[in-house]
Design a protein around this ligand. Structure first.
Ligand SMILES: *Cc1c(COP(=O)(O)O)cnc(C)c1O
Length: 491
C-alpha cells in the first residue's frame, strides 16, 4: 500500500493501492505517494540473482512490492525491454578505469534514460485503464527527453491518448524530430511559443483546472500525467541500481558485501531516489553521489541543509535535462528521513517563502546518505574530450558525474556513474567539446562528423529521423493550449 508524504487531509483515502497511486499521483496537501514500507528481500537476494536476466531480476523486485498488477501484465510490461539494443542486458555496465564503471541507461528506443522506466510504465498504465474500462488523457511537458520517451511508450496504446507540450526552439533537432515525426493515432504534439517553464506551467494549470476536467469528463476521459512524481516510474528506477551491483559481482570486480559508490546526474531526483530505495532494500551502497550542473540547488541543499530559490534563476546549460530549480523527488527522501508532518512543514515554507531550512541534525542525516557537487559546461567539455582521448565517448550529462567521482569519494571503492543519454542526443555540444571550438553545428552535421571522425556508432532510430515526415507542425501561443487539446479529444 501507498501513503502520502505530507500526511492525510481527511478527504483522500489514508492508503491507496499501487494502481490508484499511479492513476492519480497527487496526494493530500500537494504531496506524493510513497510505499508504506520498502519490501524486505530474502537474505541472499543479490547472490541468488547473479545469473538472472534483467527481466527476471525486475520481476522478483516488483513481486516483493506486492503491487496490485497481475503477473501476466507485469511480464508483458517487462517484455518491452526487448525494444532495447540487448534485451538480456538493456543497461550494460562498462569498465572505463580500474575503479570506474559507466552504467549506460540509453540503449532504449529514444536513446535516453527515460526509456528505462517509461517503456514498462506505459504498458502497465494502459493495462490498468483497460481493466477498469476507463479512458485517460496523459499530459506531458518536456524539455527534450521525457516527451519522446512518453510518446513512444503510449503510442497506439488502448484507452490512452497523449498530448505533449514542448518549447519551440528549446529542444535539440533530434529531440524535436523524435516528437513531431510520431505518427500514432492517439498522439498530439504541440510546440509552445515560450520556454520549458512556460510549457510546465501550462501543464500544471491544466492538471488543476476543473473546467478542463469537466470538459474531458463529457467524453468520459480522465486526466493523468507521466512525469517522475508518478511512483509508477520510480518503481522501475529501483531495479537498475540492483543491476549495477550484480553486474560488478558478475564481472568479479567486487566480492559480495563490498560497498560501492553510485554517481547520478540529477534534476528531478527520480534516478537517484531509485538508488536510495535500492540501498535501503539491501544493495551495499557506501553513499549516493549527486552530480548537478550550474543549477546547483541540489548541491546547496545537501551541503548546507538550506533549499533557497529566492534569488535563483534557471540557467540554460549544455546539460538541459538537469536544469532545475524545484526538484520534485527530494520530497520522498525527506519523508523517509523526517516523516510526514515535518515534510509538510518544510514544503509549506518552500511554497510560501521560496526557502526551507533543515536543522543541523536533519542535515546530518541527509549527508549520511548523499554527497553532492556541481560543475559547469566548460568542465564538461574538457571531460568529454579527455575521456574520448582514452577511448570512451560520453554525453554532457554523464560528464557532470566525473567531478563527483574525482572529488566526493572518501573511500577507495569501486564507483558506478550513470550515463543518462547517448551522445547522439546532444551531438553539437559533444562536437564542440571534441573540436574544442564553439561553432554552431546543426544536429545532422554534428552526428555525421562525430560518427565518421571518431568511428562512433549512429543508431538507425536517430539517422532515420532526418528523412522522416513531420506529422505535427503546430506551434501556438500558450493561451491556446487548452483549446487545441480539447479539439484533439473531440476528433
Ligand atoms: C531526466 C534526465 C536527467 C535527470 O534525471 P532525474 O531523475 O530527473 O534526476 C538527467 N539526464 C538526462 C539525460 C535526463 O533525460
Amino acid at each position: 500500500m501507498f501513503i502520502e508524504t505530507r500526511g492525510n487531509d481527511g478527504v483522500k483515502p489514508i492508503e491507496v493501492s499501487f494502481s490508484d497511486a499511479i492513476l492519480s499521483p497527487s496526494a493530500s496537501f500537494g504531496g506524493l505517494y510513497v510505499p508504506k514500507q520498502l519490501p524486505k528481500l530474502e537474505e541472499n537476494f543479490l547472490q541468488n540473482h547473479i545469473n538472472s536476466s534483467y527481466k527476471e531480476l525486475a520481476y522478483d523486485i516488483l513481486k516483493a512490492f506486492e503491487i496490485d498488477i497481475e503477473e501476466e501484465e507485469i511480464k508483458k510490461a517487462l517484455d518491452l525491454y526487448d525494444n532495447f539494443d540487448d534485451a538480456s542486458n538493456p543497461c550494460p555496465v562498462v569498465k572505463v578505469k580500474e575503479d570506474l564503471f559507466v552504467h549506460e541507461q540509453y540503449h532504449g528506443p529514444t536513446r535516453a534514460f527515460k526509456d528505462m522506466a517509461l517503456q514498462p510504465f506505459g504498458s502497465i498504465l494502459s493495462s490498468i485503464a483497460k481493466k477498469r474500462d476507463e479512458k485517460y488523457l496523459i499530459l506531458a511537458a518536456t524539455s527534450g527527453d521525457t516527451g519522446p520517451a512518453a510518446l513512444n511508450t503510449f503510442k497506439n496504446k488502448e484507452n490512452i491518448q497523449i498530448a505533449c507540450l514542448y518549447p519551440d526552439g528549446g529542444t535539440s533537432d533530434v529531440q524535436r524530430l523524435q516528437m513531431v515525426c510520431e505518427d500514432g493515432k492517439n498522439q498530439k504534439i504541440i510546440g509552445i511559443k515560450g520556454n520549458f517553464d512556460d510549457a510546465q506551467t501550462a501543464l500544471k494549470n491544466l492538471l488543476s483546472s476543473q473546467t478542463f476536467k469537466d470538459e474531458l469528463e463529457k467524453d468520459g476521459i480522465k486526466l493523468s500525467a507521466a512525469n517522475s512524481v508518478n511512483f509508477g516510474r520510480i518503481i522501475f528506477q529501483i531495479i537498475y541500481h540492483f543491476w549495477s551491483y550484480i553486474e560488478l559481482l558478475k564481472q568479479e570486480e567486487i566480492s559480495f558485501g563490498e560497498k560501492i559508490y553510485l554517481v547520478v546526474p540529477s534534476g528531478n531526483f527520480g534516478n537517484v531516489l531509485g538508488g536510495y530505495y535500492a540501498k535501503h532494500m539491501g544493495v551495499p551502497v557506501e553513499k549516493l553521489l549527486v552530480a548537478s550542473n550550474e543549477n546547483n540547488i541540489l548541491t546547496e541543499w545537501i551541503n548546507t541543509g538550506v533549499y533557497d530559490i529566492r534569488n535563483k534563476e534557471l540557467i540554460l546549460t549544455k546539460s538541459p535535462a538537469m536544469d532545475i530549480l524545484k526538484s520534485s523527488n527530494i520530497e520522498r527522501v525527506m519523508f523517509s528521513l523526517y516523516g510526514a508532518q515535518r515534510t509538510k512543514e518544510l514544503f509549506d515554507d518552500l511554497n510560501n517563502n521560496n526557502i526551507f531550512t533543515l536543522t543541523e541534525n536533519e542535515t546530518k542525516l541527509l549527508q549520511e546518505e548523499f554527497a553532492a557537487i556541481n560543475s559547469d559546461d566548460e568542465y564538461g567539455a574538457k571531460i568529454i574530450k579527455s575521456y574520448l582521448d582514452e577511448g570512451y565517448l560520453m554525453d554532457p550529462h554523464t560528464a557532470t558525474c566525473i567531478k563527483a567521482y574525482e572529488n566526493l569519494r572518501e573511500k577507495d571503492l569501486k564507483t558506478v556513474i550513470y550515463s543518462t543519454a547517448e551522445w547522439t542526443k546532444f551531438s553539437p555540444t559533444v562536437l564542440n567539446a571534441l573540436n574544442q571550438d564553439n561553432k554552431t553545428y546543426a544536429d545532422k552535421e554534428a552526428l555525421e562528423e562525430i560518427s565518421s571522425k571518431f568511428n562512433a556508432k549512429l543508431p538507425q532510430s536517430i539517422s532515420s529521423l532526418f528523412e522522416a515526415k513531420v506529422m505535427h507542425s503546430i506551434i501556438i501561443e500558450k493561451e491556446k493550449i487548452e483549446e487545441e487539446i480539447i479539439k484533439f479529444i473531440k476528433d
